[in-house]
Design a protein around this ligand. Structure first.
Ligand code: PMV
Length: 324
């Protein structure tokens, strides 16, 4: 009745922004991401009929505020008449700061919970379960380059997720520049709902996502870095334009976010194979080929306003740990 799992965050290159108006947190668009390696969330789940209710420890501290979402995710996976659970989570990077901690958390949660409940659930079903809690979490079940596709069906739209290239097949290095600590002003879920209701650019965002996915998919298949860089930056800036044009505006960036983008542009002008991407937070992820990682990392560290940097190669999907 007890199992542990580990999962890493993923960084979307072609972003998920917007939900379908149906139950189950189904994204309005497909997306394409890379799964990281050295940023990790470990999750232990133990079902115990001897306790009254679920409890959650995050980095050894009670995490009451996050418990309802976690309990709901266990209900979705196992049904609401499941046994209460003791859940322990530890994360080696800042949470709720635009580093996709919810993706690694829910991916690890469903893997651990399914095994603790004695189930042998296939990876796609686990990805769908994780995606109900956090759309991007579905992608952290897989490693390397991952695509989430929509299965169009008016009554019951769904997702399919698969790794399109394993981590070792096209090595990349990701340098994350931390430009602010602390929680973000508005959750990605609330912000995307606001965008879909108020942003004049939202319809156009939906319309062009299919094209961006085709371009990114073939750039990955061809290992064409400059094509992947161009479409990833374009897609990221479009997503933020949708946010900025929402009412009230959703602005996650700060001065250092812009300074980091400038650093990446300068590196590009010097011929360094690197591009930036930014999610629902102020941190900037610089993605580069491993040969340029040292130079990119140094440039990001020296950028005004950068508090810290973290570095990761690409890694595998969520998996069980042997010694819970
Ligand atoms: O999975 P959520 O609900 O935290 O939303 C993630 C949204 C972005 O990180 C901005 C984009 C993405 O595809 O990961």
């Amino acid at each position: 009745m007890r199992a542990s799992a580990v999962a890493q965050p993923n960084i979307a290159l072609i972003k998920y922004w917007g939900k379908q108006e149906v139950a189950g947190n189904v994204p309005a668009v497909g997306s394409l991401s890379i799964t990281l390696d050295s940023l990790q969330t470990r999750m232990t789940v133990e079902f115990d009929d001897g306790i009254d209710a679920d409890s959650l420890l995050l980095n050894r501290e009670p995490a009451e505020r996050m418990l309802p979402r976690v309990s709901q995710s266990l209900d979705n996976l196992l049904g609401s008449n499941r046994s209460p659970a003791l859940i322990e989570s530890s994360c080696n990077f800042p949470i709720a700061a635009g580093l996709a901690s919810s993706a690694s958390s829910f991916a690890a949660l469903v893997v651990a919970a399914s095994r603790a409940a004695g189930l042998q659930t296939d990876t796609l079903s686990l990805a769908r379960a994780a995606g109900q809690a956090s759309g991007s979490a579905a992608r952290s079940l897989y490693g390397g380059f991952v695509e989430l596709q929509l299965i169009e069906d008016k009554q019951a739209p769904d997702i399919a997720v698969a790794s399109i290239l394993e981590a070792g097949e096209w090595p990349m290095q990701v340098i994350v520049a931390i430009t602010a600590k602390g929680e973000k002003p508005i959750s990605s879920g609330d912000a995307m709902n606001l965008s879909s209701k108020t942003s004049p650019f939202y319809a156009s965002w939906l319309e062009h996502q299919g094209h961006d996915l085709v371009v990114a998919r073939s750039a990955v298949a061809d290992r064409n870095f400059s094509a992947l860089a161009a479409i990833s930056e374009h897609n990221c800036l479009k997503m933020h334009s949708v946010m900025w044009a929402s009412r009230p505006p959703v602005v996650y960036w700060n001065k250092a976010t812009l300074a980091c983008m400038e650093t990446v542009r300068k590196l590009q002008a010097d011929g360094v194979p690197v591009f930036f991407t930014i999610d629902a937070g102020p941190q900037v992820k610089a993605v580069c080929l491993p040969k340029s990682a040292e130079r990119v990392s140094k440039a990001m560290q020296e950028t005004d306003g950068v508090i810290d940097t973290m570095e990761s190669s690409l890694g595998g999907g969520a998996r069980l740990l042997n010694n819970p």
